[in-house]
Design a protein around this ligand. Structure first.
Ligand SMILES: [Zn+2]
Length: 199
């Protein structure tokens, strides 16, 4: 599934637009990282401060909470920055500081709950307190799950103006752009121009 680049970001985020923008597709932490959103033309949107985006985000990942307080939003933005730094620079060699940031985010008390769904037993992890530390812990947990795979599939769009992070599901790990039709074309055109210019 690709992203839509048809508009500069305006208006309310609905569930449909959320998906069109490329959110909600692979992992929870990717939506958090990509919530600092670059349209490739120098426009940056911070969706963490957009209440409509946050509502859809929480619903998509089944986290039943109200909008974050200012401090919760700041802590989330902080975690986002750290995760991006780790993802961009040293996903296979975490330093103690990374571990401590991630462990701090992971540290939300939970319990396991057993239920019956359509006759089948099912367990899920529930928060002792359903607050934003729970959201941060779920984001960090989904990030850590990908980090420990060490499979080099966590990538950033090669278009420098975009920086969208994605998990490359292709067999040969050959995916370079968030969206081949748009960022891919734009990037190829730019490289071709540079090559001609340099020749
Ligand atoms: Zn891109």
């Amino acid at each position: 599934m690709g992203r839509s680049f048809l508009f500069r970001y305006q208006g309310r985020v609905t569930a449909t637009r959320y998906l069109e923008e490329g959110f909600g597709q692979q992992f929870l932490f990717l939506d958090a990282i990509n919530s600092l959103y670059r349209d490739g033309f120098g426009n940056v949107t911070d969706f963490l401060s957009d209440a409509s985006w946050v509502r859809v985000f929480l619903k998509r990942w089944n986290l039943q909470l109200k909008s974050p307080t200012r401090s919760a939003q700041a802590e989330l933005a902080d975690l986002r920055t750290h995760m991006r730094q780790i993802a961009e620079s040293r996903s296979s060699a975490l330093i103690p500081r990374d571990l401590s940031v991630l462990n701090k985010a992971l540290n939300a008390p939970t319990y396991q709950r057993l239920s019956l769904r359509r006759g089948a037993l099912h367990t899920e992890l529930r928060p002792v307190t359903a607050d934003w530390s729970w959201v941060r812990s779920r984001i960090a947990a989904s990030f850590v799950e990908v980090l420990i795979r060490y499979d080099h599939r966590l990538k950033m769009c090669r278009n420098a103006g975009c920086r969208w992070m994605f998990y490359d599901m292709t067999k040969g790990r050959t995916r370079l752009w968030c969206n081949d039709g748009r960022c891919g074309n734009r990037d190829r055109a730019r490289r071709a121009r540079e090559k001609r210019g340099g020749a």
